[in-house]
Design a protein around this ligand. Sequence first.
Ligand SMILES: O=c1[nH]cnc2c1ncn2[C@H]1C[C@H](O)[C@@H](CO)O1
Ligand SMILES: [Zn+2]
Length: 384
Amino acid sequence: MTSQIQNTPSSEQIRRAPKVLLHDHLDGGLRPGTIVELAQETGYSGLPETDPDKLGVWFREAADSGSLERYLETFAHTCAVMQTREALVRVAAECAEDLAEDGVVYAEVRYAPEQHLETGLTLEEVVEAVNEGFREGERRARDNGHRIRVGALLTAMRHAARALEIAELANRYRDLGVVGFDIAGAEAGFPPTRHLDAFEYLKRENNHFTIHAGEAFGLPSIWQALQWCGADRLGHGVRIIDDIQVAADGSVKLGRLASYVRDKRVPLELCPSSNLQTGAADSYAEHPIGLLRRLHFRATVNTDNRLMSGTSMSREFEHLVEAFGYSLDDMQWFSVNAMKSAFIPFDERLAMINDVIKPGYAELKSEWLFQQTASTSGSLREQG
Ligand SMILES: O=c1[nH]cnc2c1ncn2[C@H]1C[C@H](O)[C@@H](CO)O1
Ligand SMILES: [Zn+2]
């Protein structure tokens, strides 16, 4: 009985467990109510629904198409209301607040500055507004008894041609709230090597970057991201599964690329719910994260777009606990993996692991001891 209590975390424990998030899009995580209010304030009339609940459902359903391209169309509405300094500050502050409320202690949140210039903001003004919002959200979280640190990742859109400019921007704001760089957008037809100049520049600057790869397109995209572009992490990377063969007797054979990814401890920013929506997996139980965890890849759990998937870090873990029977130890393993893979300095990552994450799980794991004494009446009859 005790091992059961120990092994299956409750929803409440999952929420309280310290979680680390490496892959979350700022423009994919707005509160529906905020979108409605910002649309009113800024005069944006293109929203498909103006009731917040219905709007939330609309985003989830529209994103549920099985195609990454159609999924990405929904971002036109969120980006449309994120065109002023005030809107960016508000969205970023609420993002940090919501993540902290959900038990996230460290997050790297990404967005594409080039998508927020429609009413005349400069790239620098966009970055500074988002940074201000994150700091404000961290403060509000602290006032509510939560601790969170949020770093920004600057994304360049892979169909556009501004990657070098955005990489330079990321470098300028390094140590000022920006911790790295990314490319996102439709994957098929837009290989990462299109932006080689940006990646080579960041390498020369000793800066960090992740690349969306192996989500809607398979192994060639992952191979390019790692071996041509030199990515530190893979955004999704879930299709590395195509290079892993599991025989009928359960024995496993890794191809050269999968071996490289595992041997080099390349972090995989896995996003289960998002993958179900864009067609990269059919169900949580069949999601490659189960096998990748068993094979000890550097797997991490992420939300991708909380609004489009109607999810949170806790919900992602709830799905995984249900599908794979994960325990608090598994949750800790994913969280430590993510923290090891973050783009902040080594000493800070180590302190987060040793002083925040491990003590947080130890506290949760010890709860069963006290629950047991509290539920015993002390009568001999209970012994049967
Ligand atoms: O899962 C994704 N794959 C590729 N691109 C994505 C994904 N989620 C969001 N994006 C795009 C749409 C956003 O507007 C952009 C910047 O956050 O990144
Ligand atoms: Zn993404």
